[in-house]
Design a protein around this ligand. Structure first.
Ligand code: 3HC
Ligand code: NAI
Length: 687
């Protein structure tokens, strides 16, 4: 049965799509739409058409799962469909609810009118899939919203709300009440209007950019940092530029050329792979299908330090009350003060109102009384990273938490099973590993203990969506997925310094690869002193030497780099001296180290560790590891994540290089069996 159906309301033809879950514009939908327009054209009794969707949303775009399959190229393709709609001889009205995205917005742009409910969102997120709107979107959108806005929308992929769309003229009327009924009424109002306004024939909104051709260079310059390394934003700019510089028919050809170029590139494949990887991550294997989540009405947080405050903000922002416990009033005041300051900074940027700040902070109950946690349904511990302290906290929690409350630890490395074992209810214990800053970073590792109950996992996963995190399930191992993979990278980065590299060189290789920063820049940001033994007289390695002289990173104005008062880094002669002292002590003669060697010893070793994580069952799937790295550490999404990237790099090449480096990698290094097997069998980690 076709997902597209038609029905009459007087002389209005209502075309309805019913293609769950998101009305993606797959082949059958495209075919049905064309047939519906033909029906309207062929029937004199039809005076206007309304295109609407059933379910949660208007068309959310092309069907991404068809990409790379013959179905994507089966006629009618989307550009033909939108042209057919625009050339309908009767006025066509798009009735938008939910999200009109990508191809969905292109359908709407081809309609002669657009009406929307106020909660609707409209956007062209193709850039996030490494693409551009390929069904006339780059040509029609600037003709409706103007060139500057079209540049912003196409290169960011961020949708705009219906109210803004209305102000821009992208939506002709906002509909309160029943959308179908009101859009039919709207169609009735406009059914006689002639000539029909075709978006492709409009020129008025292009005039400003035609008078100011510098707009494109200015836009590139202003957004260079955000777009660094990505192919798609530049292609989007070029396509919009074509809309301004060429007649519509030629602009569309340029759009198609650029679209096909992107589509056949590595980045689009990686970004589309990642789209599905992210969605797969929320599926937890091995749970009974009917597992119901527990009800979480109030969250408790223990510790108002760096993490506790940020963790609390996630729940407050989602409207969930939080009880936060500290040991001393001063720490409590400091922690809650920082939370308020963070909210106020968001408000100062116009992203929150003063009332919203007060509303969020009003849901917070700061206390020194541990027993207050008895009212919480989920309690997250974020105290010092010390097993004895954590055990003490959990055995106290066991005595006061209500039955069925979930007891979570934000530990970065420690064994969740060992923590759970001090309670009488290990089934209720789980790791919830947030990343710093916890109110900003999207990643959440849900650490599944040996005894963690299915409904605890399901609750954690559901809650992660509520607080707008992307969660990945990890097993119990040192550092879980993300931090565990950092360990070999950090070990090798330090070793490379001794052998002849500089922090600048190692960091540059990572930044050129597309990471936001390299290992030493990251250490300076996070704090060189994290995990340091705090004895300035015990100097066993370069890091101890830095910490002993107060070079703890950015917070002290000095770490692996020197920092000026604006936190701008420069290479440090002191650090160089320390490195040289260690070389002398260990009898190492420095040598020239190639960028390739740095890649092999830092990035290939991460892939090797990822393979071990997979082989030990500590990650459910290779794509979950990629999600951790993209959302937790800023791995460039256009490279898909370390496991997807490794597939493209060639697993045999990685194995050979690691074998070649084995002596330098040290005696602690072992190759992953899974990596070797997959390389030998010519298999890949991801598809
Ligand atoms: N194609 C195929 N499947 C899609 C899809 C699409 N465009 N969009 C979503 N889905 C699938 C998801 O994979 C998921 O499947 P699953 O249940 O099997 O995991 C299901 O629909 C629900 O998706 P979400 O979990 O993301 O649901 P949400 O309610 O959280 O979000 C959404 C809904 C906002 C529509 C979000 O899914 C989304 O942003 N989708 C992508 C939109 C997009 O990128 N559109 C552009 C496509 S490219 C294009 O149009 C090219 C054209 O210019 C030629
Ligand atoms: P922090 O030192 O900033 O804060 C810890 C807070 O806990 C302090 O304010 C302390 O007073 C309080 N505290 C200690 N014992 C307590 C108790 N018994 N009752 C109530 N409060 C108590 O530490 P941070 O950085 O917030 O780390 C907390 C946890 O989060 C650690 O397990 C750490 O490994 C983990 N983590 C840290 C990350 C980071 O980047 N800082 C990232 C992810 C996890």
């Amino acid at each position: 049965m076709s997902p597209i159906s038609t029905k009459r309301h007087g002389d209005i033809l209502i075309v309805t799509s019913n293609n769950p879950p998101v009305n993606a514009l797959g082949h059958a939908v495209r075919q049905g739409l064309v047939a519906a327009i033909e029906e309207a054209d062929a029937d004199d009794a039809v005076k206007a058409v309304v295109i609407r969707c059933e379910g949660q949303t208007f068309f959310a775009g092309a069907d991404v799962s068809e990409f790379g399959t013959p179905k994507a190229f089966e006629a009618p393709m989307l550009p033909q469909v939108v042209d057919r709609i625009e050339n309908c001889t009767k006025p066509v009205v798009a009735a938008i609810h939910g999200t009109a995205l990508g191809g969905g917005l292109e359908v709407a742009l081809a309609c002669h009118y657009r009406v929307a409910v106020p909660t609707a969102k409209l956007g062209v997120p193709e850039v996030k899939l490494g693409l551009l709107p390929g069904a006339g979107g780059t040509q029609r959108l600037p003709r409706v919203v103007g060139v500057q806005k079209a540049l912003e929308m196409t290169t960011s992929g961020t949708p705009i709300g219906a109210k803004e769309a209305f102000a821009l003229g992208l939506v002709d009327r906002l509909i309160e009440g029943d959308l179908e009924q009101h859009s039919v009424a709207y169609a009735d109002e406009v059914k006689e209007v002639r000539p029909l306004q075709k978006t492709s024939e409009r020129d008025d909104k292009l005039a400003e950019a035609r008078a100011n051709p510098g707009i494109f260079e200015e836009f590139r310059k202003a957004n260079a940092r955000k777009m660094r390394g990505f192919d798609a934003p530049e292609a989007n700019i070029k396509a919009v530029q074509a809309a301004v510089e060429k007649p519509y028919a030629e602009g569309v050809l340029e759009e198609r050329r650029l679209f096909m170029e992107l589509m056949s590139g590595k980045q689009a494949k990686a970004q589309q792979y990642f789209f599905f990887a992210e969605r797969k991550a929320s599926k937890i294997e091995g749970l009974p299908e009917d597992t119901k989540p527990r009800d979480i009405k109030r969250v408790g947080v223990i510790g108002a330090g760096t993490m506790g405050g940020g963790i609390s903000m996630n729940f407050l922002s989602a409207g969930i009350p939080v009880t936060i416990v500290e040991m001393q009033q001063e720490a409590l005041d400091r922690g809650t003060g920082i939370m308020r300051k963070n909210y106020e900074a968001t408000a100062a940027k116009g992203r929150m109102t003063a009332e919203q700040v007060d509303g969020a902070m009003g849901l917070l109950k700061p206390t020194l009384n541990f027993d207050d946690l008895a009212e919480c349904d989920l309690i997250i511990e974020a105290v010092f990273e010390n097993m004895d302290v954590k055990k003490d906290v959990f055995s106290r929690l066991d005595k006061i938490a209500k039955p069925g409350a979930i007891l979570a630890s934000n530990t970065s490395y420690l064994n969740i099973d060992e923590i759970a074992a001090v309670t009488s209810r290990p089934q209720d214990v789980v790791g919830l590993h947030f990343f710093s800053p916890a109110n900003v970073m999207k990643l959440l590792e849900i650490v599944r203990g040996a005894k963690t109950a299915p409904d605890v996992l399901v609750t954690a996963m559901q809650l992660s969506k509520k607080i707008k995190k992307v969660a990945v399930v990890a097993g119990v191992c040192y550092g879980f997925i993300g931090n565990r993979m950092l360990i070999p990278r950090q070990t090798q980065a330090m070793q490379l310094l001794l052998e002849g590299a500089t922090p600048e060189q190692v960091d540059r290789v990572h930044v050129e690869f597309g990471m936001p920063m390299g290992p030493f820049q990251m250490a300076d940001l996070a704090g060189v002193d994290i995990g340091w033994h705090r004895d300035p007289n015990r100097i066993e390695n370069i890091r101890d030497a830095l910490c002993a002289i107060d070079r703890w990173g950015q917070k002290k104005g000095a770490g692996f780099y020197d920092y000026d008062d604006k936190r701008r880094p420069s290479p440090s002669p002191t650090v160089q001296e320390i490195i040289e002292q260690f070389r002398a002590k260990e009898g190492i003669t420095p040598r020239d180290i190639s960028d390739q060697e740095i890649m092999e010893r830092t990035i290939y070793t991460m892939v090797n560790e990822g393979a071990k994580i997979l082989e030990e069952g500590m990650a459910q799937r290779a794509s979950d590891i990629d999600v951790v790295w993209v959302y937790g550490y800023g791995w460039p999404v256009y490279r898909g994540g370390p496991m997807h990237w490794a597939d493209g790099e060639g697993l045999q090449k990685i194995v050979d290089a690691l074998k070649g480096q084995q002596e330098r990698l040290g005696s602690d290094f072992t190759l992953s069996n899974l990596l070797v097997q997959k390389a030998q069998a010519g298999e890949k980690f991801t598809r």
